[in-house]
Design a protein around this ligand. Structure first.
Ligand code: PMP
Length: 395
């Protein structure tokens, strides 16, 4: 054997020796905001993407079970051949109605959706222009596409405008950004971006993984947040794995766009369709999201309350405007020590370190959800504050 394995992306042996290896903790039971973790007992969850606490919602679970009873657990294969059921069609219509577009398509997961759809939209001779803090799946999609890949400084729409100005006016230009940035919790400046894209003739794609169900008064996402018309974004991408408690990715947009993507996206054409249980669950979850709007209100209240508790003791939450709350620590070592101290006190919370975030901006990433009670948030904030004092992050 001459093959040499490349090194992992993290110094995992060092992390294990220092007691800083927090990955793949095994959850054995789930009870709302609380989880049972193998070897550690009950912990309070602050790393979950289940923003609206819809995991284990009886109506969503019942929809999944009923679909499995009728169709079993898998499908007959890819969507274009034998993998489309009534459930897939219904979910796509549901998403299109929710996002107020003509059509929608669902794919096996969010990562694949970005990777394959960008590749289907642009290629050699075209341009793809991406925010520097966009998700890895967007970066991969841009790189795979063969289009010229340009990146503007985070949320710097002036820079985006400058880029677009220099590109040939008759070229295909696709601009892409996250709606809510997954490490910083801030929101893309959609109004300015839409103005620039329209003026410069660029197509705009927005990833709503962390904004669907999270921002906007009733959780409809970034257009609702900015009170913009529903046709502001050309390619509306989202995942079904966060506020919607399933798996899957979607694209919503004009019927002509969806038709082309269904017949050009390799991840749609060559990968098996989503299992009906999850498709039915996702459809039910959209119903619940629309009906139980108190969940969105509670998420917003919890986010504001948690930030105020953290700010009271002098902690910085960087530029977060949403339920993704980075608690800035500085060095990787301090962030990892913070995570360790918090975990020892029963918080399920993770450190995010360089190079995932810039050097010196290592942080605890605290995610609040609609499942948290005020007492739980108060307790978590006090644990974090004590750890921060002990490590000199705050006086
Ligand atoms: N886009 C963003 C912004 C994400 O944060 C993620 C996952 N964390 C994805 C896409 C991929 O989605 P999924 O996990 O559903 O594959």
């Amino acid at each position: 054997m001459t093959f040499r394995l490349p090194p992992p992306n993290w110094p995992i042996e060092d992390l294990k020796c220092e007691g800083h290896y927090f990955y793949e903790s095994v959850i054995t039971e789930l009870r709302g905001s609380r989880v049972e973790v193998e070897g550690r007992g009950e912990m309070l969850m602050f790393s979950s993407y289940s923003y609206l606490d819809l995991l284990q919602h009886p109506r969503i679970d019942a929809a999944a079970i009923e679909a499995i009873r009728l169709f079993g657990t898998g499908t007959h294969g890819v969507r274009l051949l034998a993998g489309t059921t009534l459930y897939h069609k219904r979910l796509e219509a549901r998403i299109a109605a929710f996002k107020q577009t003509e059509a929608a398509m669902v794919l096996s997961n969010g990562f694949l959706t970005n990777a394959t759809v960008i590749d289907a939209l642009v290629g050699r001779g075209d341009y793809v222009i991406s925010d520097k803090l966009n998700h890895a799946s967007i970066v991969d999609g841009c790189q795979q596409s063969g289009a010229r890949f340009l990146r503007f400084d985070h949320n710097d729409i002036g820079r985006l405008d400058e880029f677009l100005q220099t590109l040939p006016s008759d070229s295909n230009k696709l601009v892409i950004a996250d709606a809510v940035f997954s490490m910083d919790g801030d929101i893309f400046n959609l109004p300015a971006a839409v103005e620039v894209c329209r003026r410069r003739g660029a197509f705009l794609m927005i990833d709503e993984a962390h904004s669907l169900g999270v921002i906007g008064k009733t959780g409809r996402g970034i257009e609702q947040h900015f009170a913009m018309p529903s046709d502001s974004v050309d390619v509306k991408m989202g995942t079904l794995s966060k506020a919607i408690p399933c798996i899957g990715g979607y694209i919503a947009g004009r019927a002509a766009l969806i038709e082309v993507l269904k017949h050009r996206s390799r991840g749609y054409i060559y990968s098996a369709s989503l299992p009906v249980g999850l498709v039915a669950a996702a459809e039910a979850a959209f119903d619940v999201l629309e009906e139980e709007t108190w969940r969105v209100e509670r998420l917003h209240d919890n986010d504001a309350f948690m930030k105020s508790e953290l700010h009271k003791v002098g902690l910085s939450t960087h530029r977060s405007e949403t339920a993704v709350i980075p608690i800035m620590c500085g060095t990787n070592k301090i962030a990892l020590d913070m995570a360790k101290l918090c975990q020892e006190k029963g918080l399920f919370i993770q450190a995010i370190t360089a190079p995932v975030v810039p050097e010196g901006e290592a942080r605890l990433r605290c995610i609040v959800t609609a499942a948290h009670s005020r007492e739980e948030l108060r307790f978590a904030a006090s644990v974090i504050a004590t750890a921060a004092r002990e490590l000199g992050v705050v006086p």
